[in-house]
Design a protein around this ligand. Structure first.
Ligand code: URA
Length: 234
């Protein structure tokens, strides 16, 4: 990790404050002054500030049940950030792995481990995600079967060159379905149903990989060690 990040992760300094201390020659790495914030350091280095050894705080892995009308951003914009629902220190270190639209609810993963979130969200990682979808038009059995087949074969979304990867549709009621996809294209679920002449009215993510949403809306909890590892293995 970069030296400035390490200093922030092991103290209560903000990034500008950490940069000032590094540039002033106050940070020692393995006995040598290091004044470049981009210097790479790791846990095994001995890093001192004011004669005190710095130890980075452990990474945090969080599951939240996102309420509607919140955004997956660290700052408030047209809607408030969902991080307002997290009562934790050093929230600026956290980022959201895999965004949902403002009007989508459900399972969101939040972390300060950039490598983990990169691994689980990169396009080559085909991690299954299950969405509960409310539709504007009721599906007859024959239409549902037709859509199941189309989604299983992959469909052409507007503006995309490749077909979507095979997706699974399970009908719960004529206007409520579970859709499992293994990609995360922009507005993918809404665009998939638009492509088959329907419209998504409500959208809720229930599951990512083996991680189930098991907390009420607006609440959060830390992931277990097994849950963290389970996603890295996909
Ligand atoms: N697909 C969408 O269309 N929106 C989301 O928020 C997530 C998946």
């Amino acid at each position: 990790m970069r030296l400035d990040k390490f200093v922030c992760k092991s103290t209560s300094l903000t990034k500008p404050e950490a940069l000032l201390r590094i540039h002033a020659g106050e940070v020692f790495v393995n006995g040598e002054v290091v004044t470049s914030e981009v210097a790479q350091v790791h846990e095994k280095n001995t890093i001192l500030l004011d004669g005190q050894e710095l130890k980075a705080r452990p990474f945090r892995y969080i599951l939240m049940n996102k309420p509607t009308d919140t955004i997956c951003s660290n700052i408030d914009e047209a809607y408030p950030s969902l991080l307002n629902h997290l009562d934790l220190d050093n929230k600026s270190e956290l980022h959201i792995a895999g965004r949902l639209d403002a009007d989508t609810t459900g399972l969101v993963l939040i972390t300060d481990d950039g490598r983990w979130s990169f691994d689980i969200t990169r396009p080559e990682t085909h991690c299954p995600k299950v969405y509960r979808v409310g539709l504007s038009r009721a599906l007859s059995d024959s239409v549902a079967n037709d859509i199941k087949l189309k989604f299983a074969q992959g469909i052409q979304l507007q503006g995309e060159t490749a077909l979507t990867l095979p997706a699974t549709l399970e009908v719960i009621t004529p206007t409520e379905v579970l859709l499992t996809i293994t990609q995360g294209k922009f507005h993918q679920v809404k665009r998939m149903f638009a492509a088959v002449g329907n419209r998504v009215i409500t959208l809720h993510r229930e599951k990512i990989g083996e991680i189930h949403l098991d907390i009420p809306v607006g609440n959060w909890r830390y992931l277990t060690h097994d849950e963290v590892i389970s996603l890295s293995k996909i």
